[in-house]
Design a protein. Structure first.
Length: 265
């Protein structure tokens, strides 16, 4: 994340840069001792994350955060403070996180990860729910698929987490009782086109990638509870109650792996 730091204490800037060196999510593109300098920089540069001291000499840090959000509506803000009272105020303003001085590299890493996950959720309009029954949501509303097989094909692709799936593999899962003949291959192709059309009708076609009969999903285009769980998201872990894509028998293999994963974590 393209990051700026604003603190009127030079020593504090140096500490942050030192602690941030091993955090790959952070790309420090500017450090400032003045709120006005930070605003001028933000006017002409893309900024994804701002780490702000609440007490800055020329400007209140919280006011600075609000002005930065007017320039970059999707910017994430982490506030740094030496006083718990200010920390609670920052929390009420929906800051991505806040750090209380003195903080450790671990504290900073946790705050940055919180900002990254929140930024990811705000950017994406599409969410795939796999816990329990499978559904795809666009802007908070589930797609009412006209074709159950098209929906199952999407579920299979999402289960593969961006990995490519051939027509032969799709047929072996979705039509396991049918021979892999010309008629079944034609049916598979038809369902693939139906899925494309249904996603396009809901402005979600960007999640599907197709090339010469090979299909996959672009995992950067949507959020998914399964992916969050496997990435170590604690909230996703709390939401998982031992049920995964219940309507599909082929999903039982993933369910067994999830049970093992949860048991080890």
């Amino acid at each position: 994340m393209k990051t700026i730091l604003v603190d009127d204490e030079v020593h504090a800037l140096e500490i942050f840069k030192y602690e941030a060196e091993n955090i790959c999510e952070i790309e420090i593109i500017g450090t400032f001792c003045s709120g006005r300098e930070a605003l001028e920089f933000a006017e002409h540069n893309e900024v994804e994350l701002a780490v702000l001291d609440i007490q800055i000499g020329d400007m209140d840090g919280i006011a600075l955060g609000n002005r930065l959000k007017k320039i970059h509506p999707n910017i994430m803000v982490i506030y740094i403070t030496a006083h718990e009272d200010y920390a609670m105020e920052a929390h009420k303003l929906h800051a991505a996180a806040y750090l209380t001085k003195p903080y450790s590299e671990g504290d900073l890493r946790y705050a940055v990860e919180s900002a990254r996950l929140l930024s990811k959720r705000r950017r994406k309009r599409i969410f795939a729910r796999t816990f329990g029954h499978f559904d795809l949501f666009v802007d908070g509303r589930p797609i009412m698929f006209k074709s159950s097989k098209a929906k199952e094909l999407l579920a299979l692709l999402i289960d593969r987490r961006g990995g490519t799936v051939t027509s032969e593999q799709i047929i072996s899962v979705l039509w396991e009782e049918r021979p892999n003949d010309e008629a079944t291959q034609s049916l598979c192709s038809k369902i693939g086109k139906t899925l494309q059309n249904e996603l396009k009708a809901h402005q979600a076609e960007q999640i599907l990638v197709t090339n010469r009969g090979i299909r996959r999903v672009d995992t950067e285009q949507f959020d998914c509870d399964l992916y969050d769980l496997l990435d170590g998201d604690r909230k996703a872990s709390e939401q998982f109650i031992g049920e995964y894509m219940l309507e599909y028998s082929w999903a039982e293999g993933r369910m067994a792996l999830l049970d093992k994963y949860i048991g080890l974590s």
